[in-house]
Ligand binder design. Structure first.
Ligand code: FAQ
Length: 332
């Protein structure tokens, strides 16, 4: 008896997607699908753990115990997101140690957003409001992505990210109610984190419509088309970018800060806010970034990993000890 042919398996896979069913680790899947989901989950998990660094740098300098406690919880949440996501990647057959090795050697990417330094306390507010705000817009649809373990990880991640946005907004709110110097500090942080959120958190444009040059649009379009056909992404990068800008403009008005883009204005006809086209050459430059900050991010990550070697050794030693102990007990 022969098993199902490759064509049958493919047809079954496509039928599952067409019926809106999620793909589970036990299901057959094309290699290209496995590679694409794994690439996205790996980049996503790397971004979560590298993303701990800019805000983490302010833990020892938070202005009050209350602010320190909530920032500490936020940074720990990001580590937790990395853990859920590495676990989701393992269901695709990846080895966590290899994924981390690929990050450390620069063979896999993380969001270049985090290669910007957090210069003042206000940056912790701007990062959580804008970067986590962008992450929620980008990731909420991923709660329904076609790969089951990724979708389930995202449900918890999104709930936590939504809380981070409020926490960041609250930091900025307090500064905006404070002295002129504090308000200026909030404005300066928003000025520096706005573009990294708009440009980098949503990836390259999917079409040339948003003013993208042909090279960058082609870069985004190919991935987006495939990813959407397989139900990994539900919306184009540009749709999500617009949704983010639409969310932020009224929130900025309430805070009393100006978003650093003179082109932002309500467009009655489109029912959306207009905003400036992203400088895609700068986007590509940031992806190829070899700045001192980028090098420092990776060096800190590698050092944290090496400093944690004794924990991994202790876990392995305990596992070996438990197995030997069980074997002794089972021996008649
Ligand atoms: N940085 O493949 P496409 C967070 C690369 S989590 C660096 O067409 P796509 C929480 C891309 O990898 C943040 N590289 O892009 C937090 C590819 O390279 P490759 C991350 C980038 O897939 C908050 C090449 O360019 N979120 O922030 C970037 O359509 C605060 C071509 O691009 C996720 O990962 C970039 N920004 O869109 C933590 C969500 N953009 O593979 C701490 C899931 C693109 O050919 C503090 N991921 N590239 O070498 C996604 O939705 C998508 O993967 C995008 C990229 C939107 C990130």
């Amino acid at each position: 008896m022969h098993g199902p042919s490759e064509d049958d398996l493919h047809a079954h896979f496509e039928a599952l997607l067409a019926a809106g069913r999620q793909i589970e680790p036990r299901d057959w899947m094309p290699d290209g699908y496995r590679r694409m989901v794994l690439r996205q989950i790996a980049q996503h998990s790397h971004s979560e753990i590298i993303g701990m660094q800019p805000e983490g740098a302010w833990l020892t300098r938070a202005p009050s115990l209350h602010r320190k406690a909530s920032l500490l919880a936020k940074v720990q949440d990001e580590a937790g997101h990395g853990l859920y996501l590495y676990a989701a990647a393992e269901t695709l057959g990846a080895d966590r140690a290899n994924l981390l090795d690929a990050l450390h050697r620069g063979h896999q990417r993380y969001a270049a957003t985090f290669n910007h330094p957090a210069l003042t306390w206000a940056d912790t507010g701007a990062i959580a409001w804008l970067t986590d705000g962008a992450a929620v817009v980008n990731q909420a649809p991923l709660c329904h992505t076609s790969y089951g373990p990724y979708a389930r990880a995202m449900r918890r991640v999104c709930q936590e990210e939504a809380f981070h946005v409020r926490q960041g907004y609250d930091v900025l709110w307090s500064l905006c109610q404070g002295t002129p110097e504090q308000k200026e500090m909030a404005q300066d942080a928003v000025n520096r984190w706005w573009l990294p959120a708009v440009a980098l958190m949503f990836g390259p444009p999917d079409t040339a419509a948003g003013g993208a040059d042909a090279r960058t649009a082609a870069m985004g379009a190919a991935v987006s088309r495939r990813s959407m056909a397989w139900g990994i992404k539900q919306h184009t990068n540009d749709e999500l970018r617009q949704r983010f800008v639409d969310n932020c403009v009224p929130q900025a008005e309430r805070l009393g800060v100006t978003l650093p883009d003179p082109a932002i204005r309500w467009n009655e006809e489109r029912g959306h806010y207009d905003f400036s086209a992203v400088d895609w050459q700068q986007f590509r430059d940031e992806l190829a970034d070899d700045s001192a900050c980028a090098r420092q991010r990776l060096a800190h990550r590698v050092a944290a990993h090496e400093n944690g070697a004794w924990v991994r050794e202790a876990v392995d030693a305990y596992a070996a000890y438990s197995a030997a102990h069980r074997a002794r007990e089972e021996t008649p």
